[in-house]
Each structure stands twice: as structure tokens, then as C-alpha cells.
Design a protein around this ligand. Structure first.
Ligand SMILES: [Ca+2]
Ligand SMILES: [Ca+2]
Ligand SMILES: [Ca+2]
Ligand SMILES: [Ca+2]
Length: 843
């Protein structure tokens, strides 16, 4: 609950939910010296401004009594909600079925614990998933499983069956998949194990129910409903971290746990699995040919300008400032990409367009002449293929430019565009908004200027295509019937459709802009996938799926292969100390425990094939640069202060470590690897500084024949070759240890600070199986080549203890701070502030 949070000004606050509840009162209310920390959620209800939010907090004990650790408004809220120096309202001996009470501290479900969800993570069609829930023994009268299929729909309830009665609560469930036993106790704390709760000897029942997931790919949501007379609670996911532990509340405040159901045998594109992806904003990466930069052409209402390399993008962004980057420039810089392990390039849009971002394309079959046209793309594809680099294009199939020939709002094309006449052959390709007689920029039944149209996000430059129109579908998807291509646009592509036609030209696959947009009808992306995979089974399909709900709908094996994993970005940047993205609620929480929980929750949401393919990015053209977020200081001036920048860069090396050494396809936004910074659009789209170490590319700042002199660069904005060396080292480690491209990661330990620690240790084992752990003391379970990675995101050194067993030999492979690690890695090591250390198991 930071400053300016929406509950400011709330006149009434009710605490309705907590993972540590005692008969409706958060147990944290009682100050317990032995309780080192508690994680709880509260629902804040503002009466003046209707608002609800789940607020996650870590409250350290005994270092800071909870009232002092909390924002004053929340502490007051807890007090008014009945928190105070309470006694212990939970008396296990008093439990009775039918007494109208529930022992909420004993109620538990953990989707990552095999004792509670027997088939973890995503499953294939036809599976039966067994779900179990713990209650106090002979406490609850009814336990029901509520299932919503698809996720977010209405629920149907089935009674759970009691399968165990009167067993020690502490013996139910042991560890989370993918985490060591010691770490599980911190990742998924069980209140009965806290001596302060006096529940060590409590007895519990276990209830069980199953879900038959059906025969179609889908996403299923579930929660539990537990009742004893008037005491009725819902046990649902807790919204603190997706999946894993839940919490009880009168309402389903946190939402359902999710089970993704994928087709049988679903595998991601091998082209994408574990690839290293490099994202390029083409106008800003490299300008090989100043002669194609173009002049001051009219662009919508404005005029394009050509800007010298190294100057900052115009603010506010109008899309009219061009730097002259082109595809031949990318081709000349391919060796640089190879040096950081890149084998896939994702290009922001390249088709003919009026803006520098080119999300307003005019012609799906024509590469912008400013980029060198179709011939330059062919040269790039041929050169990339020689280096085993695949090229993925940005598919903007939702909308086109208002200045495109098929729309022709400005009357610049010989075609009769949809905006020009109701009799245009393209009229039904768009969606019209004004009735006859109304005003609008286009021709309507009442004559000129009597019709309006739907533009994406209300931008009038981006008329939305009507994807229900068969001709529009044929344009994108092709026409399986073999009917003649009916349109100007489709004619060069023939019946292939533009998506498949570009595959025939050597493009590997597509990133799909605004994939979840509601204007794509049901089944559109399933048809897109079937069409594309029939043409090329390996063609990657990457969705622009920002939020979890969209990902659950489109990332289950029948639409996209992978997403731009912004959830990974949020987790990494928060942990490393940057500001989380808008919408994140946990700006105060940067602990290793919460970071691990977030990554486990993401992995649990997706089939393994998706986890392998997901683009593990830390920024893109749509976000601030990660270095910007990780650097202390305000604004450009503050972030370019040398001391601040060095903190940010140390953290950036850790971000790269997470990208390159955790499961997924590390995705480097052009220039991250040499220390490019910048706030969000347009500042995240600066020009790539020249690498003076490579004279062959010294002219790619547009200073070639006929070019303009680039602006000088300050030291803070120059290419950082030390950072580049770290990316190159990570690429070399990745290449030498193929298990890094797999899905198995084991979270082994965190630093001495326990739940407040900023230090973590994970392994990537050569024979690793996702979710299965070696016993740490068992040297025999480790193999030569296994990797261990320690990361300390904090500003102070931390000691990390890990007992790997006698006879195990480790060799330090790399250290981001450039100093040798102190201590004995077999039993523990000091990890300096903001440092990553990587070891491998040697004979
Ligand atoms: Ca009861
Ligand atoms: Ca959870
Ligand atoms: Ca150029
Ligand atoms: Ca025209």
C-alpha cells in the first residue's frame, strides 16, 4: 500500500482475509516474538471511493512490531477490524462438527504440493486431476470443490469425500514441487508449524475430489467451499502469488486456482525452445544506407523528420521522427548477435507504414522502402540462415493504416478505398460507427463525411479490420478452398494468405500484435495455428499476452506457442530492486521467497512446452528499459549519475543471469547487452551506440556515404563493453550446458535472512526432471556439468548455506562482480551485494 494507492481517503476498512486467520481475526494481530514474519492479505474496502484490493505485506518480527512496520492507515484498519493484543482464539480441543465454527488455521490447499494437487501444473486432455484439502479433524460439516470451466466462468460444485480422519496435521504434505524441503517451509509456510500457534499436535481430516478435464484444450478454475453451519468460507487462491497457497475468506476474493489443459503430445516449436531471442526496433538499430532514409514526407497530419543518430527520440511520441535504421544494417551486425548466443531475431513491424514504429502498416506484402524493401529482407534472411538464425516478424493483423490503399482516408491511392465510398470492395473489411446523416471522416450513405469507423484503442490512424469478413480472413489465413484471391492485397500472396506467404519467403514465424483483442472472433487463432503449422510445423507463434487471464486462454497448445513473458519481467525487476510495472501490488516486497514463488506460479500455469518457449524478457518497445528501472535516481539526470548507474548496471547483470540461466527463451531487447537505458515509449527506442571495437560496423550510425553526422555520445550513454562481456559469458555457459535449455530448475536455498533474504540459490542439473529434486546431502545425485547459480539482489553481502555432500567438487565458472567468491561452496558461501556466482560440478 504505497503512497497514492487507491485506498487513500478510505473511510472504512475491513480485513476480510488472511493466510493466518484465527476465527476471522488475522493472527498477526497478536504480537508474537517467535513469529519472525507473516505474510497476509487484507481486503481494503473504501466507503467513500468504492474500491477493493488485496494487499500483500511482509511484516518482520521481532525486529519491528507489526504496527510500526505497517502504513498507519492499514494498522488503524487492523485495529478497527478487531485486531488487538488478542488471546488465542484457536483451541484445537474445542473443534466440533456442527458447532458453527471453523478452525481456519488448519484449512489448507497448496497447488504445488503433491499432497494437495496430485497432478501438478498443466495437464493434457483426458486427464483426471485429484485435489485434496485439509481441515481440522471433525471440524467441517461439508467440503465442496467448485470448478469453473473455462477459467473465469460460473462454477459447478461437487462434494469432496473425506479420505483421512484424525491424522496429525503436520504429516500432511511436505514440500513444493521444484523446491528443497527446507525452502518449501519458507515458500509455503504452514501455521501449524509455528510453535507460537500451539498446533503442533493438532489432528486433521483430508478431503478429496477429482476433476475430469475433458477432451478439449481449456483452462479450468477451482476453489473449495467449506462449511459448518453459519461458518462458511471459500478457500481460494490468495492473489499474493498466483497458484501455490491460498487463503480463506467469506467471498472468493483471490480468484480460482488454475489448471491449463493442453492437447495430447503438445510440443512447442523447436525453433523457439530455449532459443536466445533478440528484439529489434528497426528504425533504431543500425543504418547501413543513408540513401534510403527518405526525406521530409507527409505523414498523416505531420511531416516526417530525419534525426541524427544518438539524439534522443522526440517527446511526446508522434511516430514522425526517423533515424534511418534499415535491414542491411541488421545484416552487417549479425556477428554481434552471434556473440551473445542469439539464434532468433524478432523484428518489430517492417511493412510499409507512415510511422517509425510501423504498427500502422499499409501493405502486408511490401517491406518499407526506408528499411530497404523486400530485397533487403531477402538479403537479411539469407545471411541469417547461414548463421542458423531464425527471423520472426511482427504480425499486425488487427488493423491497418488509415492511409493504406484499401482504406485510403486521404484519397492518395488509385484504389477506391473503404473510407472513400460505400461501394468500395473493401467497405465490409472495416467496422463503421456512424449512421446515415451523422458526421465522420469517411463517406457514408449520406454522402462524404457521414461515416466513422472503429480504430484500435480509438486511434483514428488504425482502422480495425473486420476479422469476421471472409475476404479479410482469406487475406491473413489464406483460402483453403482454392478460390481466386479476391483482393489487391492478397493477389501476390495468392491463396497462401500473407501469414503463410512470408513463411514461403523464408521467415520463420510470427509475433502476434494485440492477440487477445476482442475483435478476433472465437476460433480465429486456432485456425491461424492450424494453417501455419500445416505449412511449417516448427513455425513459432508468439502472442502479445500481457496478463494472466489472456495467457490462460491462448497459451494452452491450440493457439500460441509462447508469450512475451511480461510476468517474468515484473518478477525479476521487483526482486532486483526496480519499480514493478503498473498494476503490480507488491512494490515493497523484494524478497527471494516472493520472487521464487512468482516464477513457480508462472511455470505452474503453462504446459512445459510453453515454459520452454516463453520469451523471458525484461523489457521491450512497450516498456521502460530494464536498466532504467534498475537504476536509482529520478529522471534522466538522476539515472546518469555515475554511482547510480553502476548500481543499475550491477543489477542488470543479474537480470541477464536470470534470463540466460532460467527456463525459457531469453529475449534481449536491442542494446540491453551494452547498457542502453531509457524510460518508456519513446525513450525506450533510442539509437544503438556504435561499438568502437568493431570497425566493420563503425558506419552503422548513418555516417556512411550521403549520411549525416551523428551526435556525440556521453559516457553514460556509450556502449558498455564490460556488460557485453557478461552477456557473452552467459551465452557461452548456455552453449556448454544444454540442460539450461530444458524446463527443470530446482530452487535450493535462500540466504540467512530467511523470508527477508535477497539471496537465492538454484541448480540446473544435467539430468534434471522438472519438479524432482536431488537430496542435497547426496553427492551421488549430482552429475558432472550440473550448474549451481547464486544471486544476491540485495545491497549487502549475505551468507548462503548449502550442504552438497562430501566428495562433491565445484568449480567457479563466473562471477558478475569480477571477484572470487569467499568461502567454501560445499558448505556455504558469502555472496557479495548485487552479485551472481555460477559454479559447475566437476570430477
Ligand atoms: Ca466446526
Ligand atoms: Ca497463491
Ligand atoms: Ca537507412
Ligand atoms: Ca483512392
Amino acid at each position: 500500500m504505497g503512497e497514492g494507492s487507491p485506498n487513500d481517503g478510505a473511510t472504512s476498512v475491513a480485513v476480510v482475509s488472511s493466510t493466518l486467520m484465527r476465527n476471522g481475526v488475522p493472527s498477526i494481530c497478536a504480537e508474537q516474538p517467535s513469529q519472525r514474519a507473516a505474510l497476509f492479505s487484507a481486503m481494503i474496502v473504501g466507503m467513500r471511493i468504492p474500491f477493493t484490493s488485496i494487499v500483500p505485506l511482509i511484516v518482520p518480527e521481532p525486529a519491528a512490531p507489526w504496527r510500526r512496520a505497517l502504513p498507519i492507515a492499514l494498522a488503524f484498519a487492523l485495529l478497527t477490524a478487531g485486531c488487538g493484543p488478542a488471546g488465542d482464539p484457536t483451541d484445537p480441543a474445542a473443534a466440533v462438527a456442527g458447532d458453527g465454527k471453523l478452525q481456519e488455521l488448519l484449512i489448507r490447499h497448496d497447488s504445488r504440493d503433491p499432497a494437495y494437487r496430485l497432478e501438478g501444473g498443466a495437464v493434457e486432455v483426458g486427464s483426471i486431476v485429484t485435489l485434496q484439502v485439509r481441515t481440522g479433524s471433525d471440524d467441517a460439516v461439508t467440503v465442496a470443490l467448485a470448478v469453473a470451466a473455462p477459467f473465469g466462468g460460473s462454477s459447478t460444485r461437487t462434494a469432496a469425500t473425506r479420505v483421512k480422519r484424525g491424522v496429525p496435521c503436520a504429516g500432511i504434505g511436505a514440500s513444493d514441487r521444484g523446491a528443497s524441503a527446507e525452502l518449501s517451509a519458507l515458500l509455503a509456510p504452514d501455521p501449524i508449524l509455528d510453535p507460537a500457534n500451539g498446533l503442533a499436535d493438532a489432528l486433521c481430516d483430508v478431503w478429496s475430489a477429482t476433476i475430469a478435464v475433458g477432451s478439449e484444450p481449456t483452462a479450468i478454475g477451482y476453489h473449495f467451499e467449506i462449511a459448518d453451519g453459519s461458518a462458511a468460507v471459500k478457500l481460494s487462491d490468495d492473489n499474493i502469488n498466483d497458484q501455490g497457497l491460498g487463503s480463506t475468506s467469506p467471498a472468493n476474493v483471490g480468484g480460482d486456482w488454475a489448471i491449463v489443459v493442453s492437447p495430447k503430445g503438445f510440443t512447442a516449436s523447436p525453433l523457439l525452445s530455449g532459443s536466445v531471442v533478440y528484439q529489434i526496433f528497426p528504425d533504431r538499430f543500425a543504418n547501413a544506407n543513408p540513401l534510403n532514409d527518405g526525406g521530409a514526407q507527409r505523414r498523416y497530419a505531420g511531416v516526417a523528420s530525419i534525426i541524427p543518430w544518438n539524439t534522443l527520440p522526440a517527446t511526446p511520441p508522434k511516430g514522425e521522427d526517423f533515424y534511418g535504421g534499415d535491414l542491411d544494417g541488421i545484416r552487417f551486425r549479425l556477428p554481434h548477435l552471434v556473440s551473445i548466443g542469439v539464434n532468433t531475431i524478432y523484428l518489430n513491424p517492417i511493412f510499409d507504414a507512415n510511422s517509425n514504429h510501423r504498427y500502422d502498416g499499409s501493405n502486408y506484402l511490401q517491406v518499407d522502402p526506408r528499411l530497404g524493401g523486400n530485397a533487403a529482407l531477402q538479403r537479411l534472411l539469407a545471411a541469417a540462415q547461414k548463421l542458423n538464425i531464425a527471423v520472426i516478424l511482427d504480425g499486425v493483423f488487427n488493423h491497418v493504416s488509415s492511409d493504406s490503399p484499401i482504406f485510403d482516408r486521404y484519397g492518395r491511392w488509385p484504389t477506391v478505398g473503404a473510407c472513400e465510398s460505400v461501394n468500395s470492395p473493401y467497405r465490409d473489411w472495416f467496422v463503421w460507427t456512424k449512421a446515415a446523416g451523422a458526421k465522420g471522416p469517411c463517406a457514408g450513405a449520406g454522402g462524404p463525411n457521414t461515416a466513422g469507423y472503429v480504430g484500435w484503442a480509438n486511434y483514428d490512424t488504425l482502422p480495425v479490420l473486420n476479422k469476421n469478413n471472409p475476404a479479410v480472413r482469406a487475406l491473413i489465413l489464406g483460402d483453403a478452398s482454392g478460390a481466386p484471391a479476391a483482393t489487391l492485397h492478397a493477389s501476390p500472396a495468392g491463396d497462401a494468405g500473407v501469414a503463410r506467404w512470408w513463411l514461403q519467403q523464408g521467415v520463420a514465424g510470427w509475433r502476434l500484435d494485440v492477440m487477445p483483442d476482442g475483435s478476433f472472433p472465437d476460433g480465429f487463432w486456432q485456425e491461424f495455428r492450424a494453417m501455419l503449422k500445416a505449412a511449417s510445423p516448427n513455425a513459432p507463434i508468439i502472442g502479445e499476452l500481457w496478463n494472466r487471464r489472456d495467457a490462460l486462454r491462448l497459451l494452452r497448445g491450440d493457439a500460441a506457442d509462447a508469450t512475451m513473458n511480461y510476468r517474468f519481467r515484473d518478477a525479476v525487476l521487483t526482486y532486483l530492486g526496480g519499480k514493478p510495472a503498473a498494476g503490480a501490488t507488491d512494490s515493497t516486497n523484494r524478497s527471494a521467497v516472493l520472487f521464487i514463488r512468482k516464477l513457480m506460479g508462472i511455470a505452474e500455469d503453462y504446459p512445459t512446452a510453453v515454459t520452454l518457449a516463453n520469451l523471458t524478457l525484461v523489457d521491450s518497445h512497450d516498456t521502460s528499459r530494464s536498466l532504467w528501472e534498475l537504476t536509482p535516481g529520478d529522471g534522466r539526470d538522476g539515472k546518469e549519475v555515475a554511482d547510480n548507474l553502476s548500481v543499475g548496471k550491477a543489477r542488470q547483470l543479474l537480470a541477464a543471469t536470470m534470463q540466460y540461466l532460467l527456463p525459457g527463451s531469453p529475449t534481449v531487447y536491442y542494446g540491453d547487452e551494452i547498457g542502453m537505458s531509457g524510460a518508456t515509449d519513446p525513450d525506450d527506442r533510442r539509437t544503438f551506440p556504435i561499438l568502437l571495437t568493431d570497425p566493420r560496423t563503425a558506419h552503422l550510425d548513418g555516417s556512411g556515404a550521403g549520411g549525416r553526422r551523428p551526435a556525440p555520445l556521453s559516457a553514460a550513454r556509450s556502449a558498455d563493453l564490460t556488460m557485453l562481456a557478461w552477456y557473452q559469458k552467459l551465452a557461452a555457459i548456455r552453449a556448454a550446458h544444454p540442460q539450461v535449455r530444458g524446463a527443470s530448475v530446482d530452487w535450493l536455498a535462500i540466504g540467512a535472512g530467511d523470508v527477508m533474504s535477497r539471496t537465492l540459490l538454484f541448480s540446473r542439473r544435467a539430468n534434471g526432471v522438472a519438479g524432482e529434486l536431488a537430496h542435497l546431502g547426496d553427492a551421488g545425485s549430482w552429475a558432472v556439468g550440473d550448474l549451481l547459480v547464486a544471486v544476491n539482489a540485495g545491497g549487502g553481502g549475505e551468507h548462503l548455506t548449502f550442504a552438497l555432500g562430501a566428495g562433491l567438487h565445484l568449480r567457479e565458472v563466473a562471477q558478475s562482480a569480477g571477484k572470487a567468491g569467499a568461502g567454501d561452496p560445499i558448505t556455504g558461501v558469502d555472496v557479495p551485494a548485487r552479485t551472481a556466482i555460477i559454479w559447475e560440478v566437476v570430477p
